[in-house]
Design a protein around this ligand. Structure first.
Ligand code: F6P
Length: 329
């Protein structure tokens, strides 16, 4: 039995955008329509909430967006929402607009805002994890991660063509400020020689050793995937200079993939995930639940308390490190 207390759900996207956010907006809007409640889109994340930048949304306003990257609601990182005054303004705007529950699509920064907002105003909130980094506790996949992995692997495949034509070593930098999920999985999927991630201090010496070994093993070209948050202590260009100075036999090129990883049409996996999580978020709110993140664990849609999702660590699967090492023999 659905509770009757919620009449209008607000939905926003916040923080770094990710492919699949539009599919999640669509799912939230259509689930609201399915249960005969209203839905309002909130533009530019929490900043738009403070400014009352709302738009009524119905099933037809979200047509033709399931296949689109980015977010039609736009995203922002709001400094004002970090203040009590900002959050008070935002609350007043929601009350004025008759919005009585909130779905926040974003990463842990966005969830932290939602959690505080819930505590301060006892306002029902649900989080949907949307970030390409996959660094959120309580879900095996965040929205956009699968798409980003496929984008990165496609780029590595192209880089491989030119690397092998010139017998070159390529350093490919991928996104992941604090997490190496993209680097590790795309590294394995792209057949990288080495993967450098923030969670694991490989060390410069080991990198040199590994590159020496691969030359000795008869490899004429190689790809090293480096997460942008890697802790080796040098940025990717300094790393190139360092390796070239120590291993002059290598001709190295750097490719920083950057924001292209965040764009593009979401994969089928991300579209299905977004649809499932949106349904669960709205229906959980209607059941009177609040302050959870919806996620997916072992292919089941689950609820994790927002605080746990924020505080918990999304750990790297160490078996993947071993697989990566074995594959580069
Ligand atoms: O959090 C997702 C992410 O794409 C990180 O991997 C990256 O470090 C960051 O966002 C970049 O943020 P911005 O687009 O604000 O520079």
């Amino acid at each position: 039995m659905m509770s009757k207390t919620i009449k209008k759900v607000g939905v926003l996207t916040s923080g770094g955008d990710s492919p699949g956010m539009n599919a999640a907006i669509r799912s939230v809007v259509r689930t609201c329509a399915y249960h005969n409640i209203e839905c309002a889109g909130i533009y530019r994340g929490y900043q738009g909430m403070i400014e009352g930048d709302f738009i009524p949304m119905g099933p037809r306003t979200v047509h033709n967006i399931i296949n689109k990257g980015g977010t039609i609601l736009k995203s922002a990182r709001s400094k004002e929402f970090m203040t009590v005054e900002g959050r008070k303004k935002a609350h007043d705007q929601l009350v004025n607009a008759g919005i009585d529950a909130l779905v926040v699509i974003g990463g842990d920064g966005s969830f932290t805002g939602a959690e505080i907002f819930n505590k301060e105003f006892n306002f029902p909130v649900m989080g949907i994890p949307g970030t390409i980094d996959n660094d959120i506790f309580g879900t095996s996949h965040t929205l956009g991660y699968d798409t980003a992995l496929n984008t990165v692997v496609e780029c590595i495949d192209k880089i491989r063509d030119t690397a092998s034509s010139h017998n070159r070593l390529f350093f490919v930098e991928v996104m992941g400020r604090d997490a190496g999920h993209i680097a590790l999985n795309a590294g394995i999927g792209g057949g990288a020689e080495e993967v450098l991630i923030p969670e694991e201090e490989l060390g410069l010496e080991r990198l040199l050793e590994s590159l020496k070994k691969s030359k000795a093993a008869g490899k004429s070209s190689s790809i090293v995937v480096i997460a942008e948050g890697d802790k080796i202590g040098k940025n990717v260009f300094e790393l190139k200079d360092y390796v070239e100075a120590n291993l002059p036999e290598y001709e190295i090129r750097v490719s920083v993939l950057g924001h292209m990883q965040r764009g593009g049409a979401p994969s089928c996996f991300d579209r299905v995930l977004a649809s499932r999580l949106g349904v669960k978020a709205v229906e959980s709110l209607l059941e009177g639940k609040s302050n959870f993140m919806v996620g997916m664990l072992s292919d089941k849609v689950t609820l994790t308390p927002l605080l746990q999702a924020i505080k918990g660590e999304s750990v790297i699967d160490r078996e993947l490190l071993r697989v990566s090492e074995i594959m580069s023999v």
